[in-house]
Write a protein that binds this ligand. Structure first.
Ligand code: SF4
Ligand code: SF4
Length: 128
């Protein structure tokens, strides 16, 4: 007798409310990014994860979180801030990477607790 185990494909989960909460919590302005790739040239980890962090900025700006969820970049970014220091548009890609990690951690938390905390924090911050 074989037992089939159903695995949850977390890359397919998308929570619209969390997405909005995430954007408001970090106050990220994706429109500021002009895709110049200066950040890629200064990021010490872009060899490990091609296009980092420019590609992440583009994917998040387009709302393609399923694509972001498949990338290694949010997990390996060490917050050295080089990208943000050199960004000519002050788009703050390092902040975006930190926000992405928080967003993905909330998605991967099967208890749902972190997602609740994140949403409630975002709600409080937008009320200010
Ligand atoms: S985040 Fe800044 S440096 Fe990177 S592509 Fe966008 S505008 Fe250029
Ligand atoms: S903060 Fe992260 S994305 Fe930016 S340069 Fe450093 S490692 Fe790369």
């Amino acid at each position: 007798m074989t037992t089939e185990v159903e695995y949850l494909d977390i890359t397919r989960l998308h929570d619209e409310e969390l997405y909005k909460a995430f954007l408001s919590r970090y106050g990220v302005d994706f429109k500021a990014c002009m895709q110049c790739a200066t950040c890629v040239s200064v990021c010490p980890l872009s060899d490990v994860c091609p296009g980092m962090p420019r590609l992440d900025m583009l994917l998040v700006g387009l709302g393609l979180f399923e694509e972001v969820a498949r990338r290694l970049s949010p997990w390996i970014c060490d917050q050295c801030m080089e990208c943000s220091r050199h960004c000519p548009r002050k788009a703050n890609p390092a902040k975006v990477m930190a926000a992405l990690r928080e967003y993905l951690t909330a998605r991967y938390d099967v208890t749902g607790i972190l997602m609740r905390v994140l949403k409630s924090k975002a709600r409080k911050e937008t009320r200010r």
